[in-house]
Design a protein. Structure first.
Length: 620
C-alpha cells in the first residue's frame, strides 16, 4: 500500500498534523503507523465504543455523526484529506464521542495506543506535538467549517445535451484560482492502467489516489451511461455534480439509479444538482420537479456561457463562496441596498443570500441576480406606497390587512423573476427565516413559493396577518432569529460571511417613574419633537421591537460569526419610514464605504481578490 507517492503525501500530512518534528522522530513515528483501507459506507468507529487508536486521513472523505439522548444520529462534520481522527483516545479511557463513516473509498493510517505510549516514552516531542494539535482543535472547533472542500468531484451528465468536456474545462479554469486542478476522463485512465477498468479496479483506485495526492481538485468525467468507469467515478467522489439541461424532462437517469441509488448504505457522497441554462435564459422555472425526484444535498442554476456563473460554482465547490446575511428592521432594510452598492463598487461578488423579515425581501431581490440599478428601481417602485398603511377595520388577528405588502412583493418579484416563482428558482442560493407559531420554533424556508415565504418572514405578530405553510401558522422570523448568520455559516460552500445588522444598541434611560396617562401622552406628542417630555416609542414601533427582543439577545454571537459586519447608524430612521427610500439607501452606502475603508476590511477584500477577478460578464 505504501507506494512512493503515498509515502510522500504521508510525510506532508504528518508534518502538517504534528508540526516540526526532527527527522529521526518522524521516521520512528512512521514505523508505528499501519495503513487502513475503508470502503464507502463502512464505519471506521462508533460512538460509545472503547477507543484505542487515532487515525490520519490520507485520501477519501468521512462523515462524523453524533447522537444525544437516544435521538437519531446527527451529521456534524465532514472530514477530508489530512484530518486527525480519534486522537483523544490516546490520552484518555473515555469512549468514542462520535461515529465516523466513510462516504467514499478512503485511505488512512492508524496509530495504536500501545505504540503511541512507547513512542512518547522515547520521544516526548511526539506527545507535545499531538497535544498541541488537540488544543488547537478545541480552540477552533466552532470556527471550522462543517464541510471540508471536496477534492474529487465527479461530473455526471443526467440528461442529453450536456457539453461535458467544455463544462469541465471551464470549471477547472475557475477552480485553478484556488489550487491545483486536473480533469480525468475514461481515456486517461485506460491509457494508464488498461482498457478493462472493471478488471483493473485496484490499479485504477491506486492511480486515482496518486492523482488526488498531487492536486487540490480532481474532476472525474463520467460517461453518459452507467459504465464501469461511471461507477468508479461515483465510488471515488467526495461530491457528485449531476449536470442536467434545464430544458429537459426531470426524469431520473439510469446512471443515477445504478451508480447512486444502489450504493452501499451510508456511502453518501453529496449529490449536487447543477441545472444548466442558456446565457440569455429567463429566470428558472420548474426546479421543484427536479428536486422531488432525487435526494440531492444542494442545487445550483448555472449559465455555462457566463464566466461569472462558472466562477460562482467554483467558489461554492472550493468552499470560498461569499454569503450575505440581511437583518430585519422595517424600512431601515432599504439600507441593505446601499450596502450592495458599496460591495459592488469594491468588486465583491455575493454568492448566497439569506435574511429575516425586511432583510429576507432585500435578500430575495439580490438572489434574482439582476443588475443592481434595476433592483433599486424595482424596490423603489414597489415600496412607493406605504406597505403597512392598509389598516383593518375589524382587527381580529392583525392590525394591518397586509394587502399592500402582498401587492408590493408580487410587483417586485413579478418584474424580476416572474409570477409564481419558487425559492428553488432563484439564480443564487437563498433562504429566509420565519417563526413557526404552531410548533413554537424557528422555521428555515428554502423551498416553496417565494412570495409566500417572504410574507411569512415579514408577518409581524399582531401587525400583519400570519401565513399558513404546510398546515402550520408562520409569522415574522425576527421573533427567533432576526439576524440569521448562524444559518449562513453552516451552509455548504460558504467560506466568508458578510452580515448587515439593523439593531440599535444605544439604550435610552427614562427620566420619569410612572407612565403618563393617555391624554398627557397625546398632549406631549403634539409638541415639537425637541420639546417632548416623554421619550417613548409609538405603539407600532413598540410592538415591532418587542417581537425581536429574543433575537436581539443573540446579536453578539451573530456579530462574532461574521467575517465582515455592518451596522449602519439609523437611530433617527423609524421602522415605518417607507417614504425615505433614497435617504436610507444613501445612509447604508455611506456606512458601508466607511467600514470597507478600514484596514481589517481591506485585508479581507484582498483575500477575496479571485472573486472580483472572476466576474466577467461572458466567456471571452
Amino acid at each position: 500500500m505504501s507506494g512512493g507517492y503515498h509515502d510522500r503525501l504521508l510525510g506532508e500530512l504528518l508534518a502538517r498534523a504534528f508540526g516540526e518534528l526532527d527527522a529521526a522522530t518522524l521516521a520512528l513515528l512512521r514505523e508505528q503507523l499501519a495503513w487502513v483501507e475503508v470502503a464507502g459506507g463502512q464505519t471506521l468507529m462508533r460512538q460509545g465504543e472503547a477507543g484505542d487508536s487515532m487515525y490520519l486521513s490520507v485520501s477519501g472523505r468521512l462523515r462524523v455523526y453524533v447522537s444525544q439522548d437516544g435521538e437519531a444520529p446527527r451529521m456534524v462534520r465532514e472530514l477530508g484529506r489530512g484530518e486527525v481522527i480519534g486522537e483523544m483516545s490516546l490520552y484518555t479511557e473515555a469512549p468514542r464521542s462520535a461515529t465516523v463513516v466513510a462516504i467514499r473509498d478512503s485511505l488512512l493510517v492508524r496509530l495504536d495506543k500501545a505504540q503511541f505510549l512507547q513512542l512518547i516514552a522515547r520521544h516526548a516531542g511526539v506527545g507535545v506535538a499531538l497535544t498541541r494539535q488537540i488544543v488547537h482543535r478545541l480552540q477552533t472547533e466552532h470556527a471550522v467549517a462543517p464541510f471540508a472542500a471536496p477534492v474529487v468531484q465527479t461530473l455526471l451528465p443526467v440528461t442529453a445535451g450536456v457539453d461535458l468536456p467544455r463544462f469541465a474545462a471551464d470549471l477547472a479554469a475557475q477552480l485553478g484560482r484556488f489550487g491545483r486542478c486536473c480533469v480525468v476522463d475514461a481515456a486517461a485512465v485506460r491509457a494508464a492502467v488498461g482498457e478493462d477498468i472493471a478488471a483493473h479496479y485496484r490499479e485504477v483506485s491506486l492511480w486515482l489516489d496518486e492523482t488526488e495526492s498531487a492536486h487540490d481538485f480532481v474532476l472525474l468525467l463520467a460517461d453518459a451511461a452507467p459504465t464501469p468507469w461511471t461507477r468508479c467515478c461515483c465510488r471515488h467522489a467526495d461530491e457528485v455534480l449531476l449536470l442536467a439541461d434545464a430544458t429537459a424532462a426531470p426524469a431520473v437517469h439510469a446512471s443515477e439509479t445504478q451508480c447512486l441509488v444502489e450504493r452501499p448504505p451510508q456511502a453518501e457522497s453529496a449529490e449536487i444538482l447543477v441545472l444548466l441554462h442558456a446565457a440569455n435564459a429567463p429566470a428558472p422555472r420548474g426546479t421543484a420537479a427536479w428536486l422531488a425526484r432525487r435526494p440531492v444535498t444542494e442545487h445550483f442554476h448555472v449559465r455555462p456561457a457566463l464566466a461569472r456563473d462558472m466562477a460562482r460554482l467554483a467558489r461554492l465547490q472550493a468552499r470560498r463562496a461569499v454569503g450575505l446575511v440581511l437583518a430585519g428592521g422595517g424600512a431601515r432594510g432599504f439600507s441593505h441596498l446601499g450596502l450592495l452598492q458599496a460591495l459592488q463598487r469594491h468588486g465583491v461578488e455575493v454568492d448566497c443570500v439569506g435574511g429575516t423579515s425586511m432583510g429576507s425581501v432585500m435578500a430575495a431581490l439580490v438572489a434574482c441576480d439582476q443588475p443592481l440599478e434595476r433592483v433599486m428601481a424595482v424596490a423603489r417602485e414597489a415600496f412607493r406606497l406605504n406597505p403597512t398603511g392598509d389598516f383593518n377595520l375589524l382587527p381580529l388577528i392583525s392590525l394591518i390587512r397586509g394587502r399592500r405588502l402582498r401587492a408590493a412583493l408580487d410587483g417586485a418579484l413579478g418584474r424580476l423573476v416572474g409570477a409564481q416563482a419558487g425559492i428553488e428558482d432563484l439564480w443564487k442560493p437563498f433562504y429566509c427565516i420565519a417563526t413557526n407559531y404552531s410548533q413554537a420554533g424557528e422555521a428555515l424556508l428554502t423551498h416553496g413559493p417565494l412570495e409566500r415565504a417572504l410574507r411569512a418572514s415579514t408577518a409581524i405578530p399582531g401587525a400583519l396577518p400570519p401565513v399558513v405553510v404546510d398546515g402550520d401558522l408562520l409569522c415574522d422570523g425576527g421573533s427567533f432569529n432576526n439576524f440569521p448568520v448562524d444559518v449562513m455559516r453552516a451552509r455548504r460552500g460558504v467560506g466568508c460571511v458578510i452580515g448587515a445588522d439593523l439593531s440599535l444598541h444605544k439604550a435610552r434611560k427614562l427620566d420619569f417613574d410612572e407612565m403618563p396617562g393617555p391624554w398627557a401622552l397625546l398632549r406631549d406628542r403634539l409638541r415639537p419633537r425637541g420639546r417632548r417630555r416623554y421619550r417613548l416609542p409609538t405603539l407600532p414601533a413598540y410592538l415591532l421591537n418587542v417581537t425581536i427582543l429574543y433575537s436581539s439577545s443573540r446579536r453578539r454571537a451573530a456579530q462574532a460569526a461574521c467575517d465582515l459586519y455592518f451596522n449602519p447608524p439609523l437611530e433617527r430612521v423609524g421602522l415605518l419610514a417607507w417614504q425615505r427610500f433614497d435617504a436610507i439607501v444613501q445612509q447604508g452606502q455611506a456606512h458601508a464605504e466607511d467600514v470597507l475603508a478600514r484596514p481589517q476590511a481591506r485585508a479581507l477584500l484582498g483575500g477575496l481578490a479571485p472573486l472580483s477577478q472572476a466576474t466577467h460578464p461572458s466567456r471571452p
